[in-house]
Design a binder for this molecule. Structure first.
Ligand SMILES: C[S@@+](CC[C@H](N)C(=O)[O-])C[C@H]1O[C@@H](n2cnc3c(N)ncnc32)[C@H](O)[C@@H]1O
Length: 301
């Protein structure tokens, strides 16, 4: 198995609300969720999968030969263009990285293996972490480590990065890991000292949170009334974006206008904070931080 799909039965169980419907898997990965969606939908239904990563796209092209299935090498941020004229019965987001990203050291996602310091989901777009980290100001590095990794040692790590790059450019994951280790407190912790910094740099370089915010707004328009949006996130930054995005917004009126705003609720949260079972966590450690939320559109905006 290349990647163990997380909360597979739970996610697809909620998502497929109409077996003849049209679905989008916005984060194809290695197609674990797509495969089960195809098993659960009828011959006339359809599934469009997206992935930013060219290797995920190539995998889908090669191994998913099904006339109901189509895969596009695109970011989920582009779903408004992709589904300009079509509305959907279900949209799935299974956020973050695949195990394949960490297993392939040439992608530079892992602090456990030496590789080029890259971390882009799409290595043909944007800049690798190495380019950014060798040019960014100390303050910007602190901000990124703190904002996206909640790294308490952000200051000392950023300082060590700036000192080290004066001698040699930082181009390898192993060099960055060594720098982080040298700057981290010696307190014993459950997680490796580089975990939070690597997470922060990955989120930043892929613009993950802004893309998620924008994509959810677009998904809310594309989904049909009675349609379902399922989001599986892996850390609190993502989960709080998901929660906020589906909160009913109350329009603010100036105090002097005596109006009771009529609020039409657009979405119902039909499953809140679903977590993997102990069984799933024991067979797939990566699933332990997953949180799933499910929303049903109950009214058009
Ligand atoms: C957790 S994996 C999905 C795993 C998949 N559900 C499976 O069962 O194999 C997340 C995938 O989302 C992709 N991804 C991340 N950000 C993306 C974006 N903005 N647009 C499209 N795909 C994205 C990553 O490349 C990765 O393949």
């Amino acid at each position: 198995m290349l990647h163990f799909p997380v909360l597979l039965e739970e996610a697809v169980g909620f998502l497929v609300c109409n077996s003849n419907g049209s679905y989008a898997d916005c984060t194809f990965g290695r197609g674990g969720h797509s495969k089960l969606i195809l098993e659960r939908i009828s011959e006339t239904a359809e599934l469009t999968a997206l992935d930013k990563d060219p290797e995920a796209f190539a995998y889908g092209k090669q191994f998913f030969n099904d006339k109901r299935f189509k895969i596009l090498h695109k970011s989920f941020n582009e779903i408004d263009d992709i589904f300009k004229t079509q509305s959907l019965d279900g949209i799935l987001f299974d956020l973050g990285t695949c195990s394949t990203h960490f297993d392939d050291k040439s992608r530079g996602f892992s602090f456990k293996e030496d590789g080029p310091l890259d971390m882009r989901f799409d290595p043909n777009k944007g800049e690798p972490v190495s380019e950014w980290i060798n040019a960014a100001s100390e303050k910007d590095i602190i901000d990124v480590l703190f904002k996206y990794g909640q790294e308490k040692n952000a200051r000392s790590i950023a300082k060590a990065i700036c000192l080290s790059r004066k001698k040699n450019k930082i181009t390898r994951t192993s060099s960055l890991t060594e720098i982080i280790l040298s700057a981290s407190s010696r307190k014993i912790s459950k997680i490796h000292p580089a975990t939070k910094s690597f997470q922060a740099l990955r989120i930043f370089i892929n613009n993950e949170l802004d893309e998620l915010k924008a994509a959810l707004e677009k998904a809310k328009k594309i989904i049909k009334v009675d349609g379902i949006i399922v989001v599986i996130s892996f850390h609190s930054l993502e989960d709080s974006i998901v929660k906020k995005s589906f909160k009913t917004k109350v329009k603010a009126f100036p105090r002097e206008i005596p109006i009771n705003p009529v609020i039409t609720k657009e979405f119902n949260c039909i499953a809140k904070k679903i977590r993997p079972t102990a069984n799933e966590i024991s067979s797939n450690k990566r699933s332990r931080s997953a949180i799933m939320r499910v929303f049903k559109k109950i009214n058009a905006a």
